[in-house]
Design a protein. Structure first.
Length: 220
């Protein structure tokens, strides 16, 4: 089992063994000698974190596709269903994100404990350096996954708002709205979550030149 963990981790450390001056065989023997102890636990976390990160990436791609379908949808019921699906995916990504962070924290704690033990640190310096490097690389992958998720969500929010602004300009072209008024109306639509209903409702209006957009309520 320990040898399997090592093989799974070497893909992320293609040049580290050479720079550390150790061979693949050296590390396998070291890991095997430790049995099902701290090293085995460390690589169990490596395996699980890799799996959680893969799930995050897959679900992020699925979430992006659902957002694209929302942009293409023309009726409110379809949009509602798609938004519920998007929320479900977002919640799942959140759970995998929490699990990834927990796994990374556990990896860090296990390595720190080994470093704190003077005898262990002296006898296994190469393996400890490998574990530190493994943790750093996985942490970077986690940050990248979160960054990609945030960028995707922001891009979809921006795309949605631009679509709203075009529809508002078309719907109220006779009122010659200023850009800042259109921007505020779009923000209000997003805040109230009423979406397409506004464009078929006579209750949508601009309150004088205060650029207040109201839906089903009085101007203030």
């Amino acid at each position: 089992v320990s040898v399997l963990y090592w093989h799974m981790s070497t893909d992320l450390l293609p040049n580290f063994r050479e720079s550390a001056g150790i061979s693949h065989r050296d590390v396998v023997v070291d890991v095997k000698d430790e049995g099902e102890g701290e090293v085995a636990k460390f690589y169990e976390h490596v395996t699980q974190v890799n799996a959680d990160l893969r799930s995050m990436r897959i679900l992020t791609e699925e979430l992006n596709e659902v957002h694209n379908e929302i942009h293409r949808a023309t009726d409110d019921q379809t949009k509602k269903s798609l938004r519920e699906a998007a929320q479900t995916l977002h919640d799942k990504i959140g759970k995998y994100s929490d699990a990834t962070k927990a796994g990374l924290d556990a990896m860090h704690d296990l390595t720190s404990e080994r470093k704190a033990d003077r005898e262990t640190a002296q006898e296994n310096p190469a393996e400890i350096r490998i574990q530190e490097n493994q943790h750093m690389l996985l942490r970077q992958e986690f940050v990248t996954a979160l960054t990609n998720l945030q960028q995707m969500e922001q891009a979809n929010k921006d795309k949605y708002k631009e679509t709203l602004k075009r529809r508002i300009k078309t719907k109220f072209s006779h009122q010659q709205l200023q850009d800042e008024e259109v921007e505020q109306m779009a923000q209000e639509v997003i805040r109230k979550g009423v979406d397409g209903k506004i464009f078929s409702s006579r209750k949508m209006t601009v309150c004088g030149r205060k650029t207040q957009m109201v839906v089903g309520v009085a101007c203030v």
